[in-house]
Structures are given as C-alpha cells and as structure tokens.
Design a protein around this ligand. Structure first.
Ligand SMILES: Cc1cc2nc3c(=O)[nH]c(=O)nc-3n(C[C@H](O)[C@H](O)[C@H](O)COP(=O)(O)OP(=O)(O)OC[C@H]3O[C@@H](n4cnc5c(N)ncnc54)[C@H](O)[C@@H]3O)c2cc1C
Length: 467
C-alpha cells in the first residue's frame, strides 16, 4: 500500500545525499524551494566523509574553479578547525584537505541554515510517471512505502536510479563492460610528515611527480620532490609501477595497486587518509557482488597499514585510525542527456555558453592491478559542464547531477570528482528552485540557462573567467 506524506508538499526532491545531492539540496533550498533530501544511508555527505581530498575544485595553475556551496561548507569546517588547506601534489593537481569528522557536522550546519529537510534510511525504489514528467517517487523505509510528490526531481543517486526508472537511456563502464575497481579509504594517525617527506626527497623514483606540464614547470623530479618537502605536508603518491611499491607487490607484501596515495586530514592528530585498496571486476549495481568486496578490502587495509608501518619512514609510530563508512564506487551508469560531455571537451578545457559548473581534475580511470590512466587537462586549465549534461533526454522535470551525469567514460573520469559534483548539484538545485517561477510547466530543456548562470554567479559559483 502507498502511504502519501500528509500535509507536505515538496517543491524539489533530491535523491542521494553524496557530494552532488548535498550541493543540489542546498542550491534548491537557498533559492526558496521546499526541499527534501532522501538517502538510503545513515547520514549525508557520501565520500566527503571518508577523508579523501576535494579534487577538481582548484586547477593545476592554482585557480579556484568551484566555489559557492563548496566554499560555504569549507568556511564551516574552518570555523571548527577542520580545514587543513589547499596543497599541490607536485604531480597533477592541487586539492583541498579537511577533517572528515568536522565535515560531517559542517554539511548539516549549512543544510540547516537553509531549511533542507532530510529523510535518511530511505530507499527510492519506484517512480510515478505522467507523460514526460516524474510526478512522484516511491520510497521505502521503516514507516513502509511513501509516495513523495514534487515539482522537480534531482537524481543524485550516483547510479541514475530515478532517471533510469523513468525510462532514460544510459551507458555503463567501458565498451567491453570494464568498470573501475571498488575501493575503501582509511586513515592513520600519528604520522610524522618530515621523515616521510625526507624519504621521498631521497627517492624521487618511488613517487609520481610532474605528470602535468604546468605543475612540472620545467623542473626535474629531484626539484619537484624538494618542493614537496618544502611544502611540509604529507601529500605523497607512491606509484604502483615505481620501484618501491612495485617490488613490494612482487614479493606479495602489498596487493597489486596503482598507488598508495597519502593526504593530510588533521594536523593535531597527525592524521592522513590513504587511497590504495581495490577489488576489480565488480558490478556495483549487483549488490551481492558489491557486498562481497568488504572482506578482501578490509584485508587490504590491514596489509597496507603494516606495509606503511614497516617500510615507510614517518609511519613507525603511526596507528590505524578509521575506515570509511562505506564502499567507494567510482562508476556505474551515465545517464544519456541532451549533451554528452566528451573526452575532448575535458582534455582541452572547453568552455560552453551554457556552462553551469566547472571541473579541472585529470581524466582518472583506475584499472586492474597496477593500471591507472591519468591525462591532465590542457594548460593546467578547467572545462565547463554544460547544463544540457544534467537534462536526461526524454524527461521534462528531472535533472541528474554527480557521477551519473551525461558524459563519455573518460569525461566522467574527471567530472566524477567532488568539486564538480558539488558544483553540478548546486546548479541543478538552483535550476529546480527557479523552475517554479521562471519556467513553470515547461521542460528543463527550455530552461533560461543565462538567467541560471547569473544567479549562480551572484551566489558565489564560479561560471566564467578561469583558464
Ligand atoms: C575510492 C575512491 C576515491 C576517490 N578519490 C577522490 C578524491 O580523492 N577526490 C575527489 O574529489 N573525488 C574522489 N573520488 C570520486 C568522488 O568521491 C565520487 O565520484 C563522488 O563523491 C560522487 O558523488 P555523487 O554525489 O555523484 O555520488 P555518491 O557519492 O555515490 O552518492 C550517491 C548517494 O545516493 C544514495 N543513493 C543511491 N541510490 C539511492 C536510492 N535509490 N535511494 C536513496 N538513496 C540512494 C547513496 O546512498 C549515496 O549516498 C573517489 C571515489 C572513490 C570511490
């Protein structure tokens, strides 16, 4: 039986509370829409809570390309001493580091400021469609089934669940069916940065540096690791095809991986987040396959903890601190929209008249074992994400945002980072709020994007003026 929500009319319904959904809910509520954010999990923030850096928000030249909602959340982190800073990895990117424990609270604070309503522990499992419109989404939780009716629905499920249930076309993974591996992030505390950086300075061949010409800036590897040392932060990328990690993999002291990526999450706790684990050949839409990755991933976490403690200076007294609250999924469905962002658009840093968000991360496709494709954006710049990438073909009142955007696999391999996800979400939420007054009854296809761009700019989003 369907149980309608009583006395509740929602203007904008956002499904999925990861980076994109957080942006969408804040964008919609900030612009006056009653906004409900639904997630099957126990909290909001998704990968923002795992300790990974925010990528795709600062380009290799050091220009900020994502602001607005992101900056507002980071301000809250800063107020609670949870903003570590923006650093150069001296390899490809600059990224934003923060304390994920503080981030948990910062997001909720900003949502509360705008009156976003939350419905957690709730799975969206069906849609009600009338013509080209999704008039309601069926959700299920402890209270049973509920039909939530809304003027607009923003699909931030990562998997394009809503758009696909409503009939949208999609692509998934590579043409041969390959999908990026599942990983789980973890953190270690008590890490001494100076000995770690000294080790790296003595062994530039162990780490990835200077893969972006802009970041290399004519410097040798030796000069780059010297700069890394001077930066003083534990921002280190041991490469799976470099002698140190590769040898450890060969002698089975480490599992096959492209990287051990170390990034700071807290100065006082001397804490770092580590990205290294991976289980390949998993379809995340098959929940049994996804669940089965938990045990091997936790084994890998412990293998990596021991490897770091035994082999890497600075980790001798370090200890395991936390594991991410959820499995990390890099790609599933990409919903086919009015425009498909292409490999060339992102790698050349293309700008669009209907650009509503930006990204700047390299094309980043993790493969099997030690494989990883990393292609920087030309000239250390950024690319635009057109509004049309958020508009699923054939649907009038649905937008998608986040890693399920309309893009080729390689373009998704950069736009999936959290900077662009928050920016896309903000744009989608803002559009959905404006739709009520500026384009009511019409399709998002006819949306006045110039007006959206104006409003986004006035609210702090970065729309123009970057490389
Ligand atoms: C291991 C790993 C490392 C990464 N490293 C970085 C990094 O260092 N920096 C960076 O910027 N990015 C990184 N990324 C990429 C980035 O974290 C993700 O692509 C991004 O967070 C995706 O955000 P999203 O909101 O689109 O989707 P998701 O974070 O997947 O959020 C989707 C949300 O929707 C909910 N949901 C799904 N279906 C339903 C449903 N039917 N009903 C209700 N709720 C539903 C889920 O519970 C989830 O909370 C990494 C990703 C992984 C996996």
């Amino acid at each position: 039986m369907w149980t309608p929500i009583h006395n509740r009319r929602i203007d904008v319904l956002v499904i999925g509370a990861g980076a994109a959904g957080v942006g969408a809910a804040i964008g919609a509520a900030r612009n006056g829409a009653t906004t409900l954010l639904v997630d099957v999990g126990p909290t909001v923030g998704g990968e923002l809570l795992t300790g990974m850096t925010i990528d795709g928000a600062v380009n290799a030249r050091g220009e900020l390309v994502v602001s607005g909602t992101l900056s507002e959340i980071l301000e809250e982190c800063k107020a609670m001493d949870g903003l570590v800073g923006t650093f150069n990895d001296y390899r490809l990117i600059r990224y934003i580091c923060y304390d994920p424990e503080v981030m948990k609270m910062a997001i909720i604070k900003v949502m509360a400021r705008y009156g976003v309503k939350l419905l957690l522990y709730t799975f969206a499992d069906d849609v009600v469609v009338s013509g080209n419109r999704v008039t309601g989404v069926m959700v299920r939780n402890k209270a049973g089934q509920t039909l939530i009716e809304a003027d607009s629905v923003i699909d931030c499920s990562g998997d394009g669940d809503i758009a696909v249930m409503a009939g949208a076309e999609f692509e998934i993974g590579a043409k041969d069916g390959d999908l990026q591996p599942i990983s789980i992030m973890f953190r270690m505390s008590g890490v001494e940065a100076e000995p770690l950086l000294r080790f790296v300075r003595e062994h530039p061949e162990y780490v990835a540096v200077g893969e972006s010409e802009v970041i290399r800036d004519g410097r040798t590897d030796k000069e780059l690791v010297e700069s890394l040392y001077e930066q003083g932060q534990p921002c280190v990328f041991f490469k799976g095809n470099g002698p140190f990690l590769s040898d450890a993999i060969d002698r089975k002291e480490m599992f096959p991986t492209a990287l051990i990526m170390i990034q700071p999450t807290s100065g006082p706790r001397k804490e770092v987040c580590i990205n290294s684990t991976r289980v390949w050949n998993v379809d995340p839409l098959k929940t049994d396959q996804l669940s089965a990755t938990m045990s091997p991933l936790f084994d890998q976490v412990w293998t990596c903890v021991n490897f770091l403690k035994n082999r890497v200076p600075g980790f001798e007294q370090a200890y395991f601190a936390a594991v991410a609250p959820r499995l990390g999924i890099r790609e599933t469905r990409r919903v086919l929209g009015e425009y498909v962002l292409t490999d060339e658009d992102v790698s050349t840093g293309r700008k669009f008249d209907d650009g509503i968000a930006k990204g700047c991360h390299h094309i980043d496709i993790h493969g099997r074992g030690r494989d990883q494709v990393r292609i920087p954006v030309a000239d250390g710049g950024s690319y635009d994400i057109p509004f049309r990438c958020l508009v699923p073909k054939g649907l009038d009142n649905v937008l998608v945002a986040g890693r399920c955007l309309s893009a080729t696999r390689a373009a998704q391999g950069t736009a999936r980072t959290m900077g662009p996800c928050i920016a896309m979400g903000t744009a989608a939420g803002t559009a959905a709020a404006l739709q009520r007054t500026e384009n009511a009854e019409n399709s998002f296809r006819d949306f006045p994007v110039a007006r959206l761009r104006e409003i986004l700019k006035s609210q702090g989003s970065i729309i123009d003026g970057t490389h």
